[in-house]
Design a protein around this ligand. Sequence first.
Ligand code: F6R
Ligand code: MG
Ligand code: MG
Length: 367
Amino acid sequence: MGEKVTFSVIKADVGGFVGHSSTHPELCLKASDELEKAKKNGLIIDFHQGKVGDDVALIMTHDKGVNNEDIHRFAWETFEKMTEVAKKFGQYGAGQDLLADAFSGNITGMGPGVAEFEIIERDSEPIIVFLADKTEPGAWNYPLFKMFADPFNTIGLVIDPKMHDGFKFEVDDLIEKKKVIFSCPEEVYDMLIFIGAPSRYVIKYVIRKDDGEFAAVTSTQRLSLIAGRYIGKDDPVMVVRCQSGLPAVGEALEPFSMPHTVAGWMRGSHHGPIMPVSFEDDTPTRFDGPPRVVAYGFQMKNGNLIGPRDMFKDKSFDRSRQKALAAADYLRAHGPFEPHRLPLEEMEYTTMPQVMEKLKDRFKSVE
Ligand code: F6R
Ligand code: MG
Ligand code: MG
């Protein structure tokens, strides 16, 4: 067994190219430069700068633990510097996810998405970082359930003695700001009542029951709940550790063979399939979508990130992509009708309240 290592992924959209479809290479370059400097001065052990659509992720390893002020400040300041580049090149929505005027100790709740855990590194540590664009944190509920609670997806739950006891899931209620822990498989049915409503209940951590080992973590912030108005979806990240008593790499990827329906897409107000794509296809353009997910695979050694491998580039995900495109056509044909458009309660941060206000005197009782 190795040393304690903290794995931190902090992401933000600080400017899009063109519109909200991708990021300009100069922005990514700024991020890598800053990460390189942080590595040189010893703040972090290693890094990789990831991206999906208009979001840039700082994937970092260090020895400072989770919620570390120096790491969070570094991420915030890096996003600020990237925003300056975004402004210089007239990028769209420059600084859009930086919701606070100044950094105040912890980046959580200030706009950027955060997913981190501290682990004891195993001799071989395969880790997959999933980055999604044009969707919300609850998008991970379905794949996490499949990976860690469904034996039809993860045969390891049946076969591997270390997994056979099951996993614990922390589920956060994003509206009431409460959390609850479910122990699976015995509480699967109770848990599904909540996580089947992913706009409100979101899986934050998955922990192995056997020994409390961290297995997965997600970013759970919802920008509209922070800002009190609609400002795009949250484009979440998820980190999953694999193998040796955790889901095999193939079991962690398998849920994405079914491009499940998520909320997001155009103006954050539509349901659509989440399409697994290679790095080069991470640019949502059709109706600003459809939502998509990329998977960065790493082997970590002494905190160093060997990789990434582009995990969804594999041909075996072509069929999933085709399914996603067919589902996209089908849903798009509904235009402004539900269930393509989100239900009313999800529209409250859009023009809906203004239209209601304008028309309120014209509504008469029906008897
Ligand atoms: C969705 C998203 C885009 C924008 C849309 C309108 O998360 O980012 O679909 O909502 O392009 O953008 P604005 O309002 O900036 O013109
Ligand atoms: Mg954007
Ligand atoms: Mg985005």
